[in-house]
Design a protein. Structure first.
Length: 174
C-alpha cells in the first residue's frame, strides 16, 4: 500500500485545485426514515438517486429552478400507478420526462402533504412493498466508451473468399 500523502504539504488552496462544495442532500428526512435499510446514494442528473440493495427506489430532486418536478420520485412501473395513486392522491407523472407514461412518478414538494406522503412512501419501502423499486438494467456504453469497447474486442478471422477445393488436374498419359 503506498504511503499516504501528508495533506499539510500540499493544501488544496496552494495546489491550484478548486473544490466545489458538495450539494446539500435534498429532503434528508427521507434518508433518515429508511436508514435501517442502509440506503446508498448516487448523484444522477443533478438529483440524488437512492438505492436499497440492488434496487433503485427513489430520486430526491430539489433544483434551483423550483420546477413542478421537485420532490420525491418513486421508481415504479405503470402497472402500479393506479394503486399507488390511491395511497398518494397528489402523485403524478414527471413532466420533465415528457408526455409518455414512464415508471417514474413524483410526490411533488409543493403540495401541502408532501412530507407526510414522502414518509408514507418510506414506510412502504421498509415494508418491501413490491410496487416501489426497480432493478436497473444493464448499462450501455455510449460515445467514446462504446467505440473503445468495440475496438478492444478481438476480431474473428474472416473466412477467405478462396475457400474452394483445389482443382484436380488430369494426368496426361505419355
Amino acid at each position: 500500500m503506498p504511503p499516504r500523502r501528508n495533506p499539510h504539504l500540499f493544501p488544496p488552496e496552494r495546489a491550484g485545485v478548486a473544490f466545489k462544495p458538495r450539494k446539500a442532500v435534498p429532503y434528508e428526512f427521507v434518508l433518515d426514515a429508511i436508514a435501517e435499510l442502509s440506503p446508498r446514494t448516487h448523484p444522477m442528473f443533478g438529483c440524488l438517486a437512492v438505492y436499497v440493495q440492488e434496487k433503485i427506489v427513489l430520486i430526491l430532486r430539489d433544483k434551483r429552478d423550483k420546477s413542478a418536478d421537485d420532490g420525491v420520485w418513486l421508481a415504479t412501473t405503470a402497472v402500479h400507478h393506479e394503486s399507488l395513486r390511491r395511497d398518494f392522491p397528489n402523485m403524478r407523472s414527471i413532466r420533465v420526462l415528457g408526455n409518455s407514461v414512464t415508471g417514474w412518478q413524483v410526490l411533488p414538494a409543493d403540495t401541502p402533504d408532501f412530507e407526510e406522503a414522502a414518509l408514507r412512501a418510506c414506510d412502504l419501502i421498509i415494508a418491501r412493498d413490491p410496487r416501489i423499486g426497480k432493478i436497473p438494467g444493464a448499462r450501455r456504453a455510449s460515445g467514446s466508451a462504446a467505440k473503445e469497447a468495440k475496438s478492444s474486442k478481438p476480431k474473428a478471422a474472416k473466412p477467405s473468399k478462396r475457400m474452394k477445393a483445389p482443382k484436380k488436374t488430369k494426368r496426361r498419359s505419355r
